[in-house]
Write a protein that binds this ligand. Structure first.
Ligand SMILES: *Cc1c(COP(=O)(O)O)cnc(C)c1O
Length: 413
């Protein structure tokens, strides 16, 4: 679903002209559509309604408090990967019993906090972590709920930096080691093993990869059940991809649901999911203004006020974002590199784009930047982080104000 539309050559978000947002709030500006976020959450809920399912939004995709609140209000839980995300989620109103804690490097303080608050599950990723949890549970004399995160050794078609389900990545416990690991826990009074988890990667558009992971997890879950472990949950992680290019087809949330339910329907396991990108990715974009245009021998550059510190995905993963003028212009298209002001050759938002000639002051919209955009932003080159606004049928809300320069050196001594 998209609430970004074009009318008479001008771009709107839920009926509000992007041009007005740029004028009122300045650029660069992250713009989100509330109805798209809500609609994606509802799609997840309805696609899995026939099976007992907990949908835990992956907070790292976009962790703005207002966005978290919007998502939690619809009944979703949270998947967190740090104590910071954990505290944010609590602050945004989610119940701790709807939080799962993922990540390869949870430290003592983080585990202690999760144990104190009492969360749905810690997804354990190594024997070392398991022994630390055991020690903390014994010290505190508290019951801890865990899942074991399995590495099912599945190769998915995505950028290698975000493929996480292969043995050569740092994630999870190799599937063949799971039973051996459980011996360390046999009937421990304080550790409750609820289930198995996996997360095979991100921006996955081939449904059969999820199917393969589900089949492997189901096999293992039944195997453990037979061995006497009270396995009652399976967490399939996140990873559902979205369409970044017009001609790139991503499966719908409903198709994803059907693929997973084909495997889990009728099974005794409660299903957990951890979608991030599929909920917020298409709900946001980055509004930016052209500062200068220049021709350097064979290459033409459009220099805009957003940069790799605002949106690092193109630089980090060679990710593609569609970039369109906010107000359509006439003229013969020109091939140009859309770059930011940061002093790195990797600082680009889009290379070799064909656009009608632009000039200083024109606005561009970098589409589909709602996930892993703002949350990966930094202050590199001592640049302030962008403001963020949430547009809903009722109006526009600033959900993060632009940083000020003096805030950037406030912590320094
Ligand atoms: C990043 C991550 C997710 C979310 O992935 P998306 O591709 O955004 O859906 C879910 N679970 C875990 C463990 C993750 O690390």
């Amino acid at each position: 679903m998209s609430s970004f539309s074009e009318e008479n050559g001008e771009l709107y978000c839920e009926g509000i002209p992007l041009r007005d947002l740029a004028r009122k709030f300045g650029t660069p500006l992250y713009v989100y559509s509330k109805s798209v976020i809500q609609e994606n959450c509802r799609q997840f809920i309805s696609s899995f309604s026939e099976h007992s399912t907990e949908i835990c939004y992956a907070v790292k995709a976009n962790y703005n408090l207002t966005i978290l609140k919007t998502i939690f209000e619809l009944g979703l839980g949270a998947d967190v990967v740090s104590q910071g995300e954990f505290e944010r989620s609590l602050k945004a109103g989610v119940s701790p019993t709807k939080i799962v804690f993922s990540g390869v490097g949870k430290n003592k303080g983080e585990i202690e906090r999760a144990v104190d608050v009492g969360i749905a599950a810690i997804n354990v990723e190594s024997l070392s972590e398991l022994l630390l949890i055991k020690k903390i549970a014994e010290e505190k004399r508290k019951i801890v709920s865990i899942n074991l995160r399995v590495n099912p050794n599945i190769n998915v078609k995505t950028n290698p930096y975000i493929a996480t389900g292969l043995y050569q990545t740092k994630f999870g416990i190799a599937d063949e080691l799971i039973t051996e690991m459980l011996h360390h826990l046999k009937a421990h009074p304080l550790i409750q093993i609820h289930g198995l988890a996996c997360h095979i990667g991100s921006q996955i558009t081939e449904l059969h990869s999820f199917e393969k992971a589900a089949v492997r997890l189901k096999e293992l879950a039944f195997q453990l059940k037979e061995l006497g472990y009270p396995i009652s949950r399976v967490d399939m992680g996140g990873g559902l991809g979205i369409s970044y290019k017009k001609d790139e087809l991503a499966p719908s949330i409903a198709q994803y649901g059907e693929t997973l339910l084909k495997i889990w329907r009728g099974s005794p396991f409660k299903l957990y999911l951890e979608p991030g990108r599929a909920i917020v990715g298409a709900a946001g974009g980055l509004l930016t203004e052209v500062i200068h245009c220049k021709q350097n021998r064979e290459r033409h550059f459009t220099i805009v006020d957003a940069a790799m510190n605002d949106l690092i995905r193109p630089c980090l993963y060679e990710a593609y974002h569609d970039i369109v003028p906010v107000i359509a212009k006439k003229g013969t298209p020109l091939v140009t590199d859309i770059v930011g002001p940061v002093c790195e050759t990797g600082d680009f938002l889009g290379l070799r784009r064909s656009l009608t000639p632009l000039e200083t002051g024109d606005l561009l919209f970098v589409k589909t930047a709602g996930a892993y955009g703002s949350t990966m932003s930094s202050n590199y080159n001592t640049r302030v982080r962008s403001a963020e606004v949430l547009v809903s049928g009722k109006g526009v809300e600033v959900i993060r104000r632009r940083e000020t320069l003096s805030e950037l050196w406030q912590q320094e001594i």
